[in-house]
Design a binder for this molecule. Structure first.
Ligand code: 5GP
Ligand code: MN
Length: 331
């Protein structure tokens, strides 16, 4: 996957300056970077006296409620017209779900903020940089070009995306620049200890129960591909309405024998979500893209039509090939 660096800072700033009503959307199944970049943008735009809405399907998760103005996040958009829609951390339009579809249909222009190399370059103005470790890093750079004063309400969400997408500054793309950005955000009032405790070092008892089901299916394949699966029935056993692995795939890839980890999750309506992670030196983004999804070299995913066994039979050989094509560089 080729690198993308198309950052139209001045065009994006001009568009915002001429806009009054702005809506911010992000990807479905939002993570810390999705919420962080959305709320960093919202709070930054509020400081510029803009009228701002923000929404993501299903709304905010409890563990992200500590972010300033998290209560502004809407679950659904049914009314509103905007001058500009900003999409953040979403590599394609579909990823923004129903909220994104509504916002797009009722906005004059779209700014595409992202850091995925699989970005499809939708929208009118691009702030897309696949060398950025998080979407919040792109937002931070944009605000820097505007000389926008950072306060805690802006810095805390931006630091959250930086911390969650780098798993606490531990991924291979972290540079001294990343740490300088973190330092500036901490100087603006964001607590690294708070972000780490709330966004990274947290786990529900439910997640433990769902992991128990998934771990019972763990299987090590040729080439160092470690797989596990989660059905809707498993999820219902622990009182969950959807099969969410709650971070299990990130745990599986730490297993010494695993070069690539994958969790297959049953989604309603004969679809399987494939969530993949790779150790350094291996690439799962190509497989995700081939399956109609996207993501990063070491963390990617897709939702595939079919039944569990058929999807596994199709995807595991692709991952075995990806494992054979790589070489462990660290670990
Ligand atoms: P996760 O495995 O945690 O769901 O996702 C890992 C990475 O893959 C994320 O960066 C996410 O953006 C990307 N990703 C996951 N599912 C999809 C998908 O269906 N489509 C696209 N384009 N990207 C996905
Ligand atoms: Mn991200």
């Amino acid at each position: 996957m080729a690198m993308i660096k198309r950052t139209e800072w001045a065009d994006a700033t001009a568009l915002i300056q001429s806009a009054q009503k702005i809506v911010v959307v992000t990807h479905v199944s939002p993570d810390g970077d999705a919420f962080g970049s959305m709320l960093g943008l919202v709070n930054g735009l509020l400081s510029l006296d803009k009228q701002v809405d923000c929404a993501v399907d299903d709304g905010v998760d409890d563990y992200m409620a500590f972010l300033p103005n998290s209560t502004l996040i809407q679950k659904k958009l049914t009314t509103g017209e905007w001058d500009v829609m900003i999409s953040t951390d979403a590599s394609d339009e579909q990823r923004t779900g129903e909220c994104g579809a509504y916002a797009r249909a009722h906005s004059q222009k779209v700014i595409n903020i992202d850091h995925h190399a699989t970005n499809t370059m939708f929208g009118d103005v691009y702030l897309v940089d696949s060398t950025a470790v998080s979407a919040t890093e792109v937002v931070f750079r944009w605000f820097e070009t505007m000389n926008l004063p950072l306060d805690k309400t802006i810095a805390l969400p931006l630091l959250t995306g930086l911390v969650t997408d780098t798993m606490g500054f531990r991924t291979s793309n972290v540079t001294t620049d990343t740490l300088t950005t973190a330092q500036k955000l901490m100087n603006a009032g964001a607590s690294l200890a708070e972000v780490t405790a709330r966004a990274l070092d947290t786990r529900s008892f439910d997640s433990l129960m769902i992991w128990r089901y998934a771990l019972a299916t763990a299987e090590l394949h040729e080439g160092g591909v470690l797989s596990a699966e989660l059905t809707l029935v498993d999820a219902q056993q622990v009182g969950m309405t959807e099969a969410n692995d709650l971070g299990l795939v990130g745990f599986l890839v730490k297993v010494d024998e695993a070069m690539i980890a994958v969790v297959f999750k049953e989604v309603d309506g004969g679809k399987i979500n494939v969530s993949m992670r790779a150790k350094q030196g291996f690439n799962v983004s190509q497989v995700a893209f081939a399956l109609g999804g996207g993501g990063h070299v070491q963390a990617a995913g897709a939702t595939v039509d079919g039944l569990m066994d058929d999807v596994k039979a199709r995807v595991i050989p692709m991952l075995i090939d990806a494992a054979k094509a790589g070489t462990l560089t660290i670990g």
